[in-house]
Design a protein around this ligand. Sequence first.
Ligand SMILES: Nc1nc2c(ncn2[C@@H]2O[C@H](COP(=O)(O)OP(=O)(O)OP(=O)(O)O)[C@@H](O)[C@H]2O)c(=O)[nH]1
Ligand SMILES: [Mg+2]
Length: 399
Amino acid sequence: MKLKSYLKLFKISNIDFSKKIGISNVSLSRYITGERLPEKSILNKIFKLTEGLVDANDFFLSNSPSHDLSEIHKEEIKKMIFNIREGKLKDLAKAITLVESSLKLHNAQADLLLSKLKHNKKSLRIGITGVPGVGKSTFIETFGMSLIDLGYKVAVLAIDPSSKRTGGSILGDKTRMMKLSVNKNAFIRPSPSQGNLGGVAKRTSESIRCLEEAGFNIIFVETMGVGQAETTVYDMVDIFLVLLLPSGGDELQGIKKGIIEMADVIIINKADGNLKNTAEITMSEYKNAQNMISNIRVDISPEVFLCSSTESTGIKKIWNFIKKFEKVRRDSGSFYKTRVQQQTKAIWRNISLQSQDHIEYKLKSKDSIKKIIKDVEKNNFDVNNASRIIFDSIFKSNS
Ligand SMILES: Nc1nc2c(ncn2[C@@H]2O[C@H](COP(=O)(O)OP(=O)(O)OP(=O)(O)O)[C@@H](O)[C@H]2O)c(=O)[nH]1
Ligand SMILES: [Mg+2]
């Protein structure tokens, strides 16, 4: 990063910094403005002092990949934020499109947008998982409508990197959530159609922030309970609901091992018609199998409920428990603490994502790297040395 940005970020004055590296304040200012280039020994000192955050390239290369937005683009974002706060859904949709986009300009605009959003401490983020067809969308429709009746604003996002959802995500979600999709207090955004799980997850957490800025106070994140996406969703929500079918154990239902242990609420859905009895048996099985349910949250234990999303039964009890869960965790401080921990996890998730992109798009196409790999293939070079050289070219640092 540029030295100027470093000093600003760490709130270090020019005078203090110049003293630390043993130069005059005037010289430092010249390095910062680019009027002069620091010599090797000074560069070394700056590198060490900033733990590698500021290196020689930051002085010798002009503004690396330009993230500078024109005034028009900045103005556009300002207006967008204003409109989002006014509750204009068109601007909200545009903001989410920016966040989901992979275009460089959009990324820069999204960065600016996200930097201006407040941290919403009042919203409740609810993760919902379960095998395809268990009734997640139908549950969200019924539950969401009852929350709107209570005065909440409800948003729905879906995470599914594979896009193998029944009926295609847009059509599937909107037809399963007919009433919500036309309600002015609801907003449904189907899963971004492509990308790896990490990428989809990053865009989902950023979309959550946009939704909260627009005043949506209940955010549902729907995901299928068969893949790896659940832990990712778990790390971006406040409470995690697992929907089950009225039959057998979770393994029989094809739900991934470990997901039940993550549940804050287990819901046996489709407890209606001739499945009602089976649903009751399934519920008592789960209630009695407390040892199957580990207690991740220290302040409140998970509970099991029956529900029919089509007949709208059991919804109230579930909401009461969710409210209790929220209150207990807010009172104990763990609610917000978990959000903070989730942010830290998100930082590392984003970094590993960017590293993957860097390797994929920048590194693999370099002629020098291609040559090293060819040499390894021809047995002229060993794997260990080759990986070391490539690794060093990513992380050029003494540390
Ligand atoms: N009898 C009964 N049927 C239900 C209930 N909830 C959902 N269904 C039906 O189950 C089918 C699947 O419902 P969805 O809500 O699309 O299920 P989903 O879990 O969102 O499915 P995917 O998004 O494909 O993973 C639909 O035909 C629903 O009408 C319920 O409580 N009772
Ligand atoms: Mg669905």
